[in-house]
Ligand binder design. Structure first.
Ligand code: NAP
Length: 320
């Protein structure tokens, strides 16, 4: 059941906790007490892999919460963080891949996490104003210093990964991937699979849609950051709800929840190493952890694949 990060010996669970929601930037009604309990519940439910970033929170709230909740288990968990995106004083997201900025952000991340080393450090997104090889040199320096055990990239194209890899070895990539957003199956997955690179996918629950708890008549709070995505609006929303109805019937039949069959399907797809499941409440991550440790059978997979085919691809979106 355990996986490794690339060709390293670092063992991780196929379900990770995605620590963006606890930063409280787009998720609503987030508070420290629930966030700390959610992180602890993840660990108690068997998850050992935590995904965060320098920019998860204007001042690194997500990394600080991980430290507060889990430092006593530090030698039993794997932490992945990312550098290369920050928020400016006006609260506007900035991409900066200059080597000095990456090294400064990573030093701050280590301080927030109160740790001397992370298991995985990603370049969060390529900076169009900085050659990939220049950013890669900063990651190579960090890798050589031993403060990150492995290096990954996120939101990179295959050609950008090829460039990065000429300077710094890549152990993991982090693209979005879920039942309805499968673009990486075309070029990226075949590329990583021949190189022993791990794929840690974000949005496995499609920002909560595929968790199955949002009813057809759900009214999004005006503060809810998800309202901006086409998948939560108009005709797309109705089509997605038709799809959810099919998944709800399959889940009921096998006595699992919708999110558990979605996660189980995801982590058993060829090339997928771990699904980064966001959560802000303990019950959510406990449910997601129940998506690992078993396997959908051939008939269940057939029913799910038929439902996916009849839904068809969605109007896609990316985080950066
Ligand atoms: N590299 C990148 O650029 C990038 C970009 C995006 C995300 N990520 C990473 O990937 C992780 C996953 O992405 P995500 O958190 O945006 O989306 P996600 O995992 O697809 O969805 C998470 C959301 O689903 C809802 N949810 C989860 N479990 C649930 C349950 N059992 N019942 C009901 N609702 C449930 C929660 O939303 P509500 O409670 O608000 O309904 C939760 O915030 C992030 O946390 C982050 O670590 C990386």
């Amino acid at each position: 059941m355990m996986q490794t990060i690339g060709n390293s010996s670092i063992e991780i669970t196929p379900v990770a906790m995605g620590c963006w929601p606890i930063a409280g930037m787009t998720s609503i009604d987030v508070n420290d007490e629930d966030s700390l309990r959610t992180l602890q519940e993840a660990y108690q439910s068997g998850i050992n892999f935590f995904d965060t970033a320098y920019c998860y929170g204007a001042n690194g709230q997500s990394e600080k919460l991980i430290c507060r909740a889990l430092s006593r288990y530090r030698d039993q968990i794997a932490i992945a963080t990312k550098c290369g995106i920050h928020w400016n004083e006006q609260g506007v997201r900035q991409i900066n891949g200059r080597p000095e900025k990456i090294k400064q952000e990573f030093s701050e991340s280590l301080q927030r996490l109160q740790t001397g080393v992370v298991e995985l450090l990603y370049h969060h997104a390529p900076d169009p104003d900085v050659p990939v090889v220049e950013s890669a040199a900063a990651f190579r320096e960090i890798l050589d210093s031993g403060r990150a055990k492995t290096i990954g990239v996120s939101n990179y194209s295959v050609s950008q990964m090829n460039e990065f890899a000429t300077v710094c070895p890549i152990s993991a990539v982090q693209p979005h991937y879920n039942m309805l957003q499968r673009e990486i199956e075309g070029e990226l997955l075949p590329w990583v699979q021949t190189r022993g690179i791990s794929v840690m996918c974000y949005w496995p629950l499609m920002k909560g849609l595929l968790a199955g708890h949002l009813p057809r008549d759900h009214q999004f709070d005006p503060r809810d950051g998800r309202r901006k995505y086409p998948m939560f609006q108009g005709e797309e929303w109705q089509k997605n709800q038709d799809f959810m109805d099919e998944l709800r019937a399959i889940a009921l039949d096998i006595e699992k929840t919708v999110s558990q069959i979605v996660i189980n399907w995801t982590i058993h797809r060829p090339g997928i190493t771990s699904a980064l499941c966001g959560a802000k409440r303990p019950a959510q991550i406990k449910e997601s952890a129940g998506g690992m440790g078993w396997k959908l059978d051939a008939q269940q997979l057939q029913s799910i694949d038929a439902a996916i085919r009849s839904r068809g691809p969605i109007v896609s979106a990316s985080a950066v």
